[in-house]
Design a protein. Structure first.
Length: 198
């Protein structure tokens, strides 16, 4: 939780309350940004509205910079953060499956829940399909979990693999974000004719 549990002892009720407040805030922010609309989300694939990519990459850069600053100030031990073990095959297949679901359904898990809260029926169908897929994976393919763990190559991070410190990676990602935002703005202008009438 934040991750402050190393230095602050939270009760289970407090952790759940914090999670609820953060979740509600995140959902409201998604909806206010227009990300509760499948049209807004799929616009990125037509290149006339790259807001989703800009927001997500900004979040990555903000998090990376924040973690680096907290670590440099001695307020956060980066080794205490959980990192999912790397499994190239599983993560490549999972990414392709997730991407295909995003293109076909128009939502990701978080945005589908935000859209459900506003009564969108397509989001409800998407969320039910997502939950059915999660249940089927958990119940029908337990051997995949064994395969995933057996073929994982451990916790890999860019600083560990490259030898460059986290501060350098924060700067590289910030520069890439600035260049990417410029490029995406040009794409939006180039493909603006594909934008449906309001």
């Amino acid at each position: 939780m934040f991750p402050l549990t190393d230095s602050i002892e939270f009760t289970l009720a407090t952790e759940l309350a914090i999670a609820l407040v953060l979740g509600l805030g995140f959902g409201v922010a998604l909806e206010r940004a227009g990300f509760g609309s499948a049209r807004k989300l799929t616009a990125v694939f037509y290149l006339y509205d790259m807001a989703v990519v800009k927001v997500m990459f900004s979040a990555v850069v903000t998090t990376l910079g924040g973690l680096f600053l907290l670590s440099a100030a001695g307020q956060l031990d980066l080794s205490s953060l959980y990192i999912e073990p790397t499994n190239y095959t599983a993560q490549l297949l999972g990414g392709l499956l997730f991407g295909a679901g995003f293109v076909v359904g128009g939502y990701c898990p978080g945005t589908s829940l935000a859209a459900m809260a506003t009564g969108r029926k397509d989001a409800m169908v998407f969320a039910l399909g997502m939950l059915a897929g999660v249940w089927a994976y958990a119940e029908l393919t337990p051997q995949l979990d064994d395969w995933y763990k057996a073929t994982a190559v451990g916790e890999l991070t860019l600083p560990a693999v490259s030898g460059l410190g986290m501060g350098w990676w924060a700067l590289i990602f910030a520069a890439f974000l600035a260049f990417g935002a410029w490029g995406m703005t040009r794409l939006e202008a180039r493909f603006a004719h594909l934008r449906p009438p309001q």
